[in-house]
Ligand binder design. Sequence first.
Ligand code: SF4
Ligand code: SF4
Length: 128
Amino acid sequence: MKMLPEIIKNLFRKKATRNYPAVKRVPFPNVRGELVNDISQCIFCKICETKCPANCIEIDKDKRTWTYDPMECVYCGICSESCPKKCLSHKPEYRPPMTKRQVITLRGKPLPPKPAPEEKKSDTDTSS
Ligand code: SF4
Ligand code: SF4
């Protein structure tokens, strides 16, 4: 019976928790949320892959792909800080919850074809 006033008070008190993800918290300043890559600026230098402590970035220079596993990411921001093109950044909000593991692969524009090597002039070429 001693607890009754407290129980009644709690029934009408504002909830201490949020109904996430329906109700989101206003992000703190400088929060490192979802990692995004503006792939059009990426030069596939592999710096982000090399520096990532969670090994969750994989670059294929030849195929020009940037692959990222958000489930492995610890949102440390090392990749975005060290990207020379500043094409990696963090949104001020977290990625929506996922029901299945999802690895993200972004593809850069293919490189223009290399110019064909000049044909060797044959020894019998008498032009010029
Ligand atoms: S560090 Fe930046 S430019 Fe280099 S591969 Fe990563 S995202 Fe691309
Ligand atoms: S934020 Fe950290 S853990 Fe996530 S991809 Fe970048 S370097 Fe790796």
